[in-house]
Design a protein around this ligand. Structure first.
Ligand SMILES: [Fe+2]
Length: 387
């Protein structure tokens, strides 16, 4: 540095001033690193900065400065541009990459206007041109620290804001899931045969969806849809829902209103989960178009509903619930039944994915005792295995 002048001590933000606090480093200090190969200029700047309340460290080269920074970060660095070996611009790049929170003021010669511009382009907060007066140093450093304070405050604010938004999103998600659980519990109170069924259907459907390598968001919706797929049974008369003997046609028609009833109940709630809503409405559709409520066929049935249909039927068979009065099937027997109905009742792709999930051990029928030895409702001969 050339041209260091007087060392009057006013102007910089001080430790005891109100707005300097956010400029303090973690240790509660304002620290300054002075980098210059000319010792007397280095020392002059150092004395000035110390008189302003900074803890100062000197470095005679950029290499030494980087070594010092590795142990002790600095609030602000004043660095010469022209130095032997690593020059100031290279040093600036390194500092910006490693210590983005450190404010850097570069010191250049009058002839180096282009260099000064380059310094700003590389992220220096300001530059000083030689010869400079120490009052100028004081004023520039004060401005730079204020700028740094605002940058740090802004970043801190953004981080806090993001954390609050994430926490709020988590709360909303928790509330939503609690609401879904409340629906499921309400149904369980009314229909003892569904106890555990919805959870297992959800788990099986998720295993199938994963075997099909669907996106995580889709898998999530499959999980939610599985939990609430039978919610419409809330609207079914208990005398029908819990009837121990086979159902009449009218009773069967009544019970099979549950996909549409569930869809109407949950439509205002599942606005962010349209695929889960598809499961509620279409899990009794059949691949051959003979299902309910819309008589959709093939790929006209939402994929998630085709998946849920397989999961639902597998649980109905292996839990021995509903119309299957012969008791529950073994895993092998249930798998054979799914394969037999692949392409008619079930989507062959969903059945294949189901078989893959079974082969991987993601699906087994180890869910405890049968949940429904008695018939909750009967279905036509090959019309369905689900409930
Ligand atoms: Fe159902």
């Amino acid at each position: 540095m050339n041209g260091a002048g007087a060392e009057a001590g006013v102007g910089l933000v001080r430790k005891d001033s109100g707005h300097v606090q956010t400029n303090l480093d973690e240790a509660g200090k304002l620290t300054c690193l002075v980098v210059d190969d000319e010792s007397y200029l280095r020392q002059a700047v150092r004395r000035l900065m110390e008189s302003e309340g900074f803890e100062c460290v000197e470095a005679a080269s950029a290499e030494t400065a980087l070594a010092l920074l590795a142990h002790q970060p600095a609030s602000v660095i004043l660095s010469d541009v022209r130095m032997p070996r690593m020059d100031g611009l290279t040093f600036l790049r390194e500092v910006r990459a490693r210590y983005p929170d450190t404010a850097v003021v570069m010191i250049t010669a009058v002839a180096d206007v282009d260099v000064a511009v380059s310094c700003l382009a590389l992220g220096a907060m300001d530059y000083l041109m030689k010869p400079f007066h120490l009052d100028e140093v004081r004023a520039r450093v004060g401005q730079v620290l204020e700028k740094r304070r605002l940058v740090l405050e802004n970043r801190s604010y953004q981080v806090r804001l993001e954390e609050r938004v994430q926490a709020q999103a988590r709360r909303l998600e928790d509330q939503f899931l609690a609401t879904m659980q409340a629906f499921a519990h309400a149904l369980e109170v009314k229909d003892r045969y569904t106890r555990g069924h919805s959870i297992r259907v959800s788990q099986y459907a998720v295993a199938i969806a994963r075997a099909m390598e669907l996106e995580p968001d889709i898998v999530r919706q499959v999980e939610i849809g599985g939990h609430v797929h039978d919610i419409g049974k809330i609207g079914v008369r208990e005398s029908v829902l819990n009837k121990p003997s086979p159902l009449t046609d009218d009773e069967y028609q009544h019970i099979m209103t549950h996909p549409m009833v569930g869809w109407r109940i949950l439509s205002p709630v599942l606005t962010d989960f349209p695929l889960a809503l598809h499961i509620v409405r279409s899990h009794h559709e059949r691949f051959d178009g003979r299902g309910t409520p819309d008589g959709l066929a093939g790929t006209g049935i939402p994929l998630v509903a085709r998946i849920a249909a397989v999961a639902d039927s597998f649980d109905a068979m292996t839990s021995g619930r509903a119309y299957r009065r012969g008791g529950r099937l073994t895993l092998d027997a249930a798998v054979a039944e799914l394969e037999r109905c692949s392409g008619t009742q079930f989507d062959p792709d969903a059945v294949r994915a189901f078989l893959a999930a079974v082969a991987e051990g993601a699906i087994s029928s180890t869910h405890g005792p049968p949940t429904g030895e008695l018939a909750a409702f009967a279905e036509p001969v090959t019309a369905g295995h689900g409930g």
